[in-house]
Design a protein around this ligand. Structure first.
Ligand code: NAD
Length: 498
């Protein structure tokens, strides 16, 4: 059965007036399971108009009432974790336990948003000049749009919406067309939590819809997460149209393995970080930079683990890794492995021939390990976004840092070492936004903010945490005097000096 997947406008499911449809697949079976309604220009105008009115009234709702909604939403998301995870697995393909983990990480941001009375409070300076006080506080931007990628259909929207809504904005989510269903359950949970209609809406569409949001005069801010070329485009276009923009892009995350590292621990974590969610994580480790004599043993250990990974339908408890998102994505991974082989790299573990019994039409590819990768190969230059670990061999920590710093991306990185001194040198010298020390996927906890450097982030603000709060609000500073009746006026042509 093919489900109709519609928009969520002004507090209810809505078919919209657009006639275009896009197929949604179950990547584990290759079957079409959904028909996604794509917005037209009228739908976009309607959604933005509703959001504008909702922002005006939601921005006036007391903080304590807003927090009531946030706390209720937190309980509802927690209670519906399994349902959300099932929707993610059905359209994305990742295994159910990993999908539930994605919901849990999103929940942490909801909990951060519940701390708004504390983290969002203003500042006050008493008697800065005689009889004069200065206070500062922050106000919502108004209408903000969130444009999200396929790889975390619950977590990434929850990086944005709870903070935007807690700070008094109306939020329009434009989810990925590939796995759009979870966004509708999120909308339903906001409604059940008591959020007024129109404060959270979902509008489906592709480039045209995104362009409409980036250029609409009533949209004040844009949060984007996706690939680097689109992030760059979104940042440039929305900035040109006067909006505040944060645009998180793609990644090529390196892990350095020093000869003094615990190689079993490093191999365990590397294989989880490279092949978990079929490598479709923006913080996946896709390059192992093996230093000196660590290389041979590391390749052997990580390859043994890669061969043992159970690949299958994400709904089956025995599966550790699911399919990739589309047949085209699998084709791309095949191509890149082939090009590495032709260029002289050694494909030590080859996932290309994998067939999953009973799921011959699914978009499966097994874990692959490619040794001897050089920086000129496509396996190094491209963000593969599949279950492939490229091994680059270097002779020193300095050389490893040079390789990483020369890479255009700067999202996450990690070092495995037993040396505090090596770790400290690495954390200080590496040009990357998020660094793990014996931690392969250093996604910051929700009270910090998430963001890469270089081509992994365009804009000034990282996402969620304190930077998220700043992104969705504008500062205002009040300088005030309340003269007594009999005070003399001291107005002066000069700047006051006391
Ligand atoms: P994508 O860039 O193809 O799509 C992201 C969003 O942009 C989607 O909503 C899509 O509809 C929209 N879009 C696509 N093409 C567009 C165009 N030409 N004009 C306007 N909008 C367009 O990304 P994806 O394939 O869905 O997700 C994978 C990518 O996201 C990877 O590169 C991954 O590294 C990145 N990602 C980054 C982070 C991060 O935190 N830096 C997190 C998750 C994913």
């Amino acid at each position: 059965m093919v489900a109709e997947i519609v928009h969520w406008i002004d507090g209810a499911r809505d078919e919209g007036s657009g006639s275009a449809r896009q197929e949604v697949f179950n990547p584990a079976t290759g079957e079409v399971t959904g028909s996604l309604h794509l917005a037209d220009g009228d739908d976009l105008q309607r959604v933005v108009g509703v959001a504008r009115r909702a922002a005006d009234s939601w921005g006036e709702v007391s903080l304590s009432k807003r927090m009531g909604v946030l706390f209720a939403f937190r309980e509802l998301v927690k209670r519906h974790t399994d349902e959300l995870a099932a929707l993610v697995t059905a359209e994305h393909g990742k295994v159910l336990s990993d999908a539930a983990g994605e919901v849990a990480r999103g929940l942490e941001v909801v909990e951060f948003a519940c701390s708004m009375p504390q983290s969002g409070k203003g500042e006050y300076s008493d008697q800065v000049s005689t009889g004069i006080d200065v206070l500062s506080f922050r106000q919502p931007l108004g209408v903000v749009a969130g444009i999200t990628p396929f790889n975390f259909p619950v977590m990434v929207p929850l990086w944005m919406a709870p903070v935007a809504i807690a700070t008094g904005n109306a939020f329009i989510l434009k989810p990925s067309e590939r796995d759009p269903s979870a966004s509708l359950l999120i909308a339903e949970l906001w409604r059940q939590a008591g959020l007024p209609d129109g404060v959270f809406q979902v509008l489906h569409g592709g480039k045209e819809t995104v362009d409409g949001l980036l250029t609409h005069e009533l949209v004040d801010g844009v949060s984007f997460v996706g690939s680097t070329p689109i992030a760059k485009y979104v940042h440039a276009t929305a900035t040109e149209h006067g909006k505040r923009v944060q645009a998180l892009g793609g990644a090529k995350n390196h892990a350095v393995i020093m000869p003094d590292a615990d190689l079993d621990l490093a191999a365990d974590h590397l294989s989880a970080a490279a092949f978990g969610s079929a490598g479709e994580r923006c913080m996946a480790i896709s390059v192992a930079v093996a230093v000196g004599e660590a290389a041979d043993a590391l390749v052997e250990k990580v390859s043994a683990r890669a061969r043992d990974i159970r690949v299958g339908d994400g709904t089956q408890a025995s599966s550790e890794m699911g399919p990739v998102i589309t047949a085209a994505a699998r084709q791309r991974v095949h191509r890149i492995i082939g090009e590495a082989e032709q260029a002289g790299a050694a494909v030590v573990v080859d996932g290309r021939d994998l067939v999953v019994a009973g799921r011959q039409d699914g978009f499966f590819i097994g874990p692959s390990v490619i040794d001897g990768v050089r920086e000129s190969m496509s396996a190094y230059e491209e963000e593969i976004f599949g279950p492939v670990l490229a091994v680059v061999r270097v002779q020193s920590l300095q050389e490893a840092i040079q390789v990483i710093n020369a890479n255009p991306y700067g999202n996450g990185t990690a070092i495995f070492t037993g040396s505090g001194s090596a770790a400290r040198t690495f954390q200080r010298q590496v040009s990357v936004g998020m660094v793990g020390i014996n931690v392969p996927i250093p996604v910051p906890a929700a009270q910090h903010s998430f963001g890469g450097w270089k081509d992994s982030l365009f804009g000034e603000h990282h996402i969620y945490g304190p930077d998220g709060l700043r992104f969705y609000t504008r500062g205002k500073v009040i300088t005030q005097r309340w003269p007594h009746e009999n005070d003399e006026s001291h107005a002066s042509m000069n700047f006051p000096s006391s």
